[in-house]
Every structure is written in C-alpha cells, then in structure tokens.
Design a binder for this molecule. Structure first.
Ligand code: FAD
Length: 663
C-alpha cells in the first residue's frame, strides 16, 4: 500500500541519531516521518545510562546550542551530575550525567510527540525505494510504502546484528530487539561500501544483592560528601535556567566504586578458550577506548586491579550498571568474575553481558553533508557511520537531519515558514561547521576524510582548536547559525540574545573602566590584586591576571574607585554563565587570539573548492598514490583533501599550484 502523504524527510530509526535528525528536519519546517521498530524504545540507551564526558559533553552542548533535545532530556532525567576535569582549563572541562533511563526515554518521547511537522510510525523498514540514482522512500515490513524526498538512515547496531555470549550467538539488534536483516541485505545489493564492527556491554546487577558497605561511595557535584560538594549541581542545557536550573533534576543518587583483583583476572583468563573474541567467532573490530574486560586483562597483563563503577540505572529500579566489565565471556564466567569483587560476593545478575557485531558503512563514501555518494537523497547518521556513543550519534543525527532539510529546500520543498525560527536567512544547500567552529565539524571531517578502523568516539584531543571549542561557549559558537538555519525557536533565541548582549556589554564596560594608583588605595589594590598597581589599567586587563577573580574585581569596582561611562549597577545582576564568558575571554585572550591567527592562516586554502570533475590522474606532479587517493575520495575542498590519509602537505602545495595554473 502506498501511504497517502509524501514526506520531505523520512528518518529510519528512533535511537539517538534518528530522534535528533527527525526533530531537526521538523524544526526546519519539513514534513517529517520517523519510522522505527518500536515506539517504546525511542531514545533507548543501549548500554550505559550516562550522557556526556570528555569530548562527548562538548557534543551534547553543541546539539543543545542548535536546539536539539539531548541536553534538556538529560537535565530532566539526570540522577547524578559531575564536571570532569574541573581543576583543569576550561577547554577540557566536561559535563557528565548519570541518567534514569526510563525518565530519559520518556523525556525524548514527549519532545518527539509534541514536535510540529513530525509524525511517528512504528514498523521495521525492510527496503528503500530507489528510482534511478535517487532514493524516493522506504517500505516497511508489512509493505506500507512511504514516499519521501530524502531518507536519513540511522539503524545503529541493528543491521545484520549478531549477539555473542561465550560460544553462543543469535541474531538481534541489541538484547531484546530484532535485527534489521532485510534492510541490511538491500543495502548490500546497493553496493554501498561496508564492513563489520562490534561493541559490548556488561552484565547488569540487582542492587539488592550488592553489599555497598564494601564499596566506596561517589556522590555527584553539589552533593554532600563529594569532592565538589560546594559546587552547584551542574546542568547540561543552555536553556535549563528557563526550567528552574538544577531544580529540574530528579532526586540525585551516588555511584559506588569497587575493583577487580587477581582472582577476578584468573577467572577471566580461565574463560579465554570460550571467548568469542579470542576464538575468532567475532570478526568485527571493537572500540579500543572502551574495551571489554577480557581485552583489558589480556592487553594490560601487568595490572592486578581495575576500578569498577557501580552506577544506578534509575530511581525506580534496583538495576546497577557495572562500568568497566563489558564482556562477551560465557555466563558462568560472568557470574564468577562479578562475584569475585568486593561487595558483589552475592550479586545476582539481571541481564548477561554480551557483544554485538553489526554492519557499518565506510563514512569516506559520504559527502560533506552525510549524503551517500552513490544514492542521492540518502543520508546516513549515527553508529552506522562507524562511530560509538549516544552523543556522537545525536550530533550526527542533527547534522544529517538539517542537511536533508536544506536539500529539500533547495529542491523547492519544505515550508520554511513552518520552521521553529520563522524567518530563515541561511540560503546554502548544505551546512558543515569548520573544525575551528565545532566538535561537530571535527567529527564529520574526521569521518569523511579518514574513515574508521575501529568504532570512533570523540575526544578533546581530536580538535586542534580546542581552546575555542569549549563546552561553555557552544551557544556562542552555534546558536546564531542555528537560528539562520531555522533550528532555533523564539524562546531559545531570546534567551541566547540576552546572554550574548550581556557578555558584550560587560566586556566593553570592563575595557572602558580604568583604575590608577591615584583612585585605587594601596591597601585595596593589595587586597584584590596582591600588590599595588604601578600605573593605569582597565578592569579587563586586570581580569587577565591568573589570580584575579571577577568577583573580587567587582568588590573593588562599583564606580567607587574607578571611572566608567556605564556603571555596574545599570547592567543589573549578571548570571553565572555571563560572568563565566567574560572571565574566560579575559583570562585566555592571548591564547585564543593566537589560535584565531592559526585558523586565519589555514583558512586561505581550507575552503578553496576543488572542481568536482577534476581529473586527478592528469595532475602529473602528484605521485600516482596521491592521484589514486584523490580520485577515490573526490574531496570537496582543499582543506578536506589535506586531511585525507596519504595526502601530504607537499601534495597539497602541488595541487594548489595546479589550480592556480587553471588546471
Ligand atoms: P541506536 O541507538 O542503535 O538506534 C537505532 C534505532 O534504529 C533503534 O531505535 C532501532 O529500533 C531502529 N532501527 C534499526 N533498524 C531499523 C529498521 N530496519 N526499521 C526501523 N527501525 C530500525 N556506546 C558507548 O559510547 N559506549 C559503550 O560502551 C557502548 N556500548 C554498547 C553496547 C551495546 C551492546 C550496544 C548495542 C551499544 C553500545 N554503545 C556504546 C553504542 C550506543 O548504544 C550507540 O552508539 C548509540 O545508541 C547509537 O545511536 P544510533 O541512533 O546510531 O543507534
């Protein structure tokens, strides 16, 4: 049966990529359909119910800055929040939350169900409708044919998914969910380059059988007894203040820490001969940064203990997630290894750990908007692009969804007037943030230029311009362009504009407020600045000093000692995020300016477009290998070309000479 409505964007898969993709396209005014196996699993966390962390938290804030759902859903469901690296510089500080998985899913579902322009339909997609080299829709398991101008595929770990526990294996998308076998076969038929990856999850434990007195308690920030008990409980979303800030979080809970020991390691080794990883049953490559416990014991044989975090899965369940013992060893070994750890001697396992193998697609065959090169209108996002993690998936989903919407607009479809933003000023056919603009830009650029050899996850070390890609300024970097794209609703826009204006007004005020040895008494100068000032300074210059805090400076300010056109009082009370921006801008101004210069120097060739029909084989100055690589990848810009594995700076110079000659 052909469904009577044609959609602008059809999103297949209701995981973290799919939900953000569908929401983004709908926010931009596209008639959007989200097709997924099961409405009950919308926003389901397949593994650990935790969001954020180093690099990942940055992505969540960026998704939020572009109007996405993940951060607010985490604020609504988070039962423990921490700022990681809180004693380090702002570039690497990252928010991490433990979420109640039921509340998280409920929050995502509510957002989806209330999103204008978005419809949801529960059914497996078995086939794609392709006419010529363009996708025109999707066909479900019972033969309902949905026509769509674009399709965003976000099937996660489901494509030909195979679960392994010991030497047993069975087909599944994840535990309890069916695999997508027909769709996998169809994609193979379409000859999109693909391979297999694997990931794993630990057994879950019934908290009633844990002896917590044998474990170390780990409260979150702002909770009594924690390392950062005096800090406020963090929030994720830039909009959290509109809903009461940390007051929107449910009750907070501690995590607990136990550890493996030599007996645990002996038990794990005793299962190696029945491990699907070591017996060659699993062919897919797993995440190096999130290894299974058997992999850890094998690779770091000299370590005789590993820390294991016992993380609550929610407020209404006894289920605990033992972070650090992901495993696909046989169940008898799983039980013995769990019970060998302090506090877990009588533990009952609620769900066995397992590994899952699945198809992924080589992201080097995607264009810079995540559209496949082979089939027009077909976009890929999330785990199927070779990544791992909810945050990486959400960021890609939003990216693919918004680019599908831009394509629809370029084809003369969509209804910009129905977008979240009303008036839309972005007129491009695709949007890709630069590596200096967003972690999202780093993620997309890395995937399409380098591909993956193992599941890709985000780290701050992947970003060369990380001083300007901080969590705290994700809104300053992205909300404005998000508004132009049509992703940002009026409430968020007004809130952002107020913050941006307050930051700029306060920065200007500090720069035009001067103190000098005459108007600042020696003792006041010594109290706030640690010494007497020797000549005239403006307050912004003083704030650049590492040991001078904004609060202390304001004590000294107030028009009492200083002269200024705008007095502090006329600005009203400044919120914590505004003060944070002003302070970071002052303290890191030197470094940030230097990084801006670097970005400026790189920019001259970064955006230089390479002709799509350029015959690289004729660029004889290049080595044969470089010509072959460039022919295979067909990068859109010189910047993208420069980051392809195998393309050297010398090759880029030669290419530039060739282009200048008009080649
Ligand atoms: P998913 O969250 O997998 O969502 C896919 C969605 O698509 C599902 O809703 C599914 O029902 C739907 N779907 C699939 N095929 C079809 C179809 N044909 N028709 C209709 N609907 C379809 N990440 C980490 O960061 N660390 C970890 O340790 C970790 N461990 C993991 C362990 C396991 C066992 C699994 C399964 C995942 C693990 N992950 C881990 C990965 C994390 O779950 C994913 O990165 C993330 O969920 C990917 O999001 P996604 O939206 O791409 O896909």
């Amino acid at each position: 049966m052909l469904y009577p409505q044609e959609f602008d964007v059809i999103v297949v898969g209701g995981g973290h990529a799919g939900t953000e993709a569908a929401l983004a396209a709908a926010r931009m005014g596209c008639q959007t359909l989200l097709l997924t196996h099961n409405i009950e699993t919308l926003g389901q966390m397949s593994c650990n119910p935790s969001i954020g962390g180093i690099g990942k938290g940055h992505l969540v804030k960026e998704v939020d800055a572009l109007g996405g759902a993940m951060a607010l859903a985490t604020d609504e469901s988070g039962i423990q929040f921490r700022i990681l690296n809180s004693s380090k510089g702002p570039a690497v500080r990252a928010t991490r939350a433990q979420a109640d998985r039921i509340l998280y899913k409920a929050a995502i579902r509510r957002v989806l169900e209330n999103q204008p322009n978005l419809l949801i339909f529960q059914q497996a997609v078995d086939d794609l409708m392709v006419e010529g080299d363009r996708v025109v829709g999707a066909v479900t398991q019972v033969g309902v044919r949905f026509r769509g101008r674009t399709v965003v595929l976000t099937a996660g770990t489901f494509l030909d998914g195979k679960i392994h526990v010991g030497l047993n294996h069975y087909a599944a998308g994840r535990a309890g969910d069916p695999p997508a076998v027909s769709l996998s076969a169809r994609l193979k038929e379409l000859q999109l380059p693909q391979a297999r990856l694997k990931t794993g999850t630990p057994p879950r434990i019934d908290g009633r059988t844990i002896d917590f007195s044998q474990c170390t308690e780990q409260p979150g920030d702002g909770m009594p007894g924690g390392v950062n008990a005096d800090s406020p409980v963090p929030v994720f979303s830039f909009m959290a203040h509109a809903y009461g800030g940390a007051a929107m979080h449910p009750r907070q809970m501690p995590c607990w820490i136990t550890h493996t020991n030599t007996r645990t390691h002996d038990i794990i080794r005793s299962g190696f001969d029945r491990s699907p990883m070591f017996t060659g049953k699993i062919e897919g490559v797993g995440p190096r940064y999130c290894p299974s416990v058997e992999d850890k014991i094998n690779r770091f044989a000299d370590k005789d203990s590993h820390q294991i975090f016992l993380e609550p899965e929610g407020l209404t369940t006894h289920e605990f997630y033992p972070n650090g013992i992901s495993t696909s060893l046989p169940f008898d070994i799983q039980l013995a290894l769990v019970r060998s750890m302090p506090g877990l001697e009588h533990a009952h396992i609620l769900r066995p750990g397992y590994a899952i193998e699945y198809d992924y697609f080589d992201p080097r065959s995607l264009q810079s908007n995540f559209e496949t090169r082979q089939i027009q209108g077909l976009f890929f996002a999330g785990q199927i692009n070779g990544t791992t993690g909810y945050e990486e998936a959400a960021a890609q989903g939003l990216f693919a969804g918004l680019n599908a919407a831009l394509q629809v607009r370029a084809l003369g479809g969509g209804n910009a007037a129905a977008s979240a933003a009303g008036a839309i000023s972005y007129t491009g056919e695709r949007w890709l943030p630069g590596r200096d603009q967003a972690y999202l830009g780093v993620l997309v650029d890395d995937l399409i230029t380098k591909g993956v050899t193992e599941p890709y996850r985000m780290f701050t070390s992947r970003a060369e311009f990380r001083l300007q890609l901080r969590e705290d300024n994700a809104d300053m970097r992205l909300t404005e362009v998000g508004r132009q794209l049509g992703l940002i609703d009026n409430a968020r826009w007004e809130s952002f504009s107020r913050k941006r204006d307050a930051v700029s007004r306060e920065t200007e005020r500090l720069k035009s407020t001067w103190v000098n040895p005459r108007n600042l008494p020696a003792e006041e100068s010594a109290r706030v600045l640690g010494k007497r000032i020797e000549h005239e300074y403006n307050l912004f210059e003083l704030l650049r000093r590492p040991d001078v805090a904004y609060g202390a400076l304001m004590d000294m300010d107030g028009g009492k000692y200083a002269s200024s056109d705008v007095s502090r009082e006329t600005l009203g009370a400044l919120s914590e995020p505004v003060v944070e921006q002003v302070e970071i801008a002052a303290k890191y101004a030197g470094y940030i300016d230097r990084q801006r210069d670097e970005v400026g120097r790189a920019a001259h060739y970064e955006k230089l477009r390479l002709p799509p029909d350029l015959d690289y084989m004729q660029v004889t100055a290049l080595s044969i290998e470089a010509r072959q690589v460039l022919t295979r990848h067909r990068p859109e810009t010189l910047g993208l070309a420069s980051r392809i594995t195998g393309i050297t700076p010398a090759a880029i110079s030669l290419l530039m000479v060739h282009l200048k000659k008009g080649g």
